[in-house]
Design a protein around this ligand. Structure first.
Ligand SMILES: C[S@@+](CC[C@H](N)C(=O)[O-])C[C@H]1O[C@@H](n2cnc3c(N)ncnc32)[C@H](O)[C@@H]1O
Length: 241
């Protein structure tokens, strides 16, 4: 298995080769899953392409990029060439990101915690947090890091899943979940729809997140809710005649 990276550096990878191989295969499966995910392909990517085409932000940070599926896809649809910084704590996801980068994408891939980058004082014109915020134990701290990484006129894009839908599903096992969600963050692991592995998920109401962003003196520009019956397999949207 090749682990040759162009710009990423490895952390915490010594002495675990079977585990590493397993996580590499999971990363590949995860990236392949993204390619048929209608939420990413029909909503998030077109939204980002429209936003970035309008704003032409030169530097973009993607926090918790996974395999970089979203930035790689967005980059191929832009009419200008931004510089991307992709960060993830999972080395194999970054490895897959690097292996699948479009050849003309200007990109730095970094393995590690966003806390390190945010602490370095470096800023970006756009910061993306897609499906990453609620995977971290303290969403408020993650938002703080993201906002610290923004330049003065920078734009932050946050994408989260429908927390109430997850809470209602969890209520089948623990009926107290929806009531508790009114007042607190709830620690409930989820099963990844692409790989079947479980991952951390800390459910928090959207209103709480919005209040947190506003506390950091940001302006809320846009709020979109999208729904999709079958998130993985629904066919591409057909334009209305
Ligand atoms: C569900 S994946 C989302 C990937 C991608 N943003 C997308 O939407 O396709 C969340 C990713 O965030 C990463 N992550 C979680 N906490 C992080 C942190 N503190 N710093 C960097 N990456 C983090 C995880 O390793 C995981 O790959």
């Amino acid at each position: 298995m090749p682990y040759q990276l162009k710009s990423a550096s490895f952390e915490n990878m010594k002495g675990a080769s079977a585990k590493i191989e397993q996580s590499y295969l999971e990363a590949v499966a995860w990236d392949d899953g993204c390619a048929v995910d209608s939420v990413r392909n029909e909503y998030i990517i077109p939204f980002l392409v429209k936003l970035l085409t309008r704003e032409r932000k030169p530097t973009i940070l993607d926090i918790g990029t996974g395999t970089g599926y979203i930035p790689r896809s967005v980059d191929t649809m832009l009419t200008y060439r931004p510089h991307w910084t992709l960060v993830d704590t999972e080395p194999n996801r970054i490895l897959v990101a690097e292996q699948r980068l479009p050849s003309d994408m200007q990109c730095t891939c970094l393995i590690g915690d966003i806390a390190r980058i945010a602490g370095s004082g470096r800023t970006f014109d756009a910061v993306l947090l897609t499906f990453t915020l609620l995977e971290t134990r303290d969403a408020e701290v993650m938002l703080d890091w993201a906002i610290q990484s923004l330049s003065e006129d920078g734009v932050l894009v946050v994408v989260i899943p429908d927390v109430w839908r997850d809470a209602l599903a969890a209520a089948q096992i623990d009926p107290s979940v929806p009531h508790r969600l009114l007042d607190e963050a709830i620690d409930m692991r989820k099963i990844d729809k692409f790989t079947g592995s479980s991952y951390p998920f800390f459910a928090l109401r959207t209103e709480t997140l919005i209040s947190t962003v506003l506390k950091f003196a940001c302006v809320l520009e846009n709020l979109l809710a999208v729904g999709c019956q079958n998130e993985v397999t629904c066919p591409p949207a057909v334009p209305r005649s």
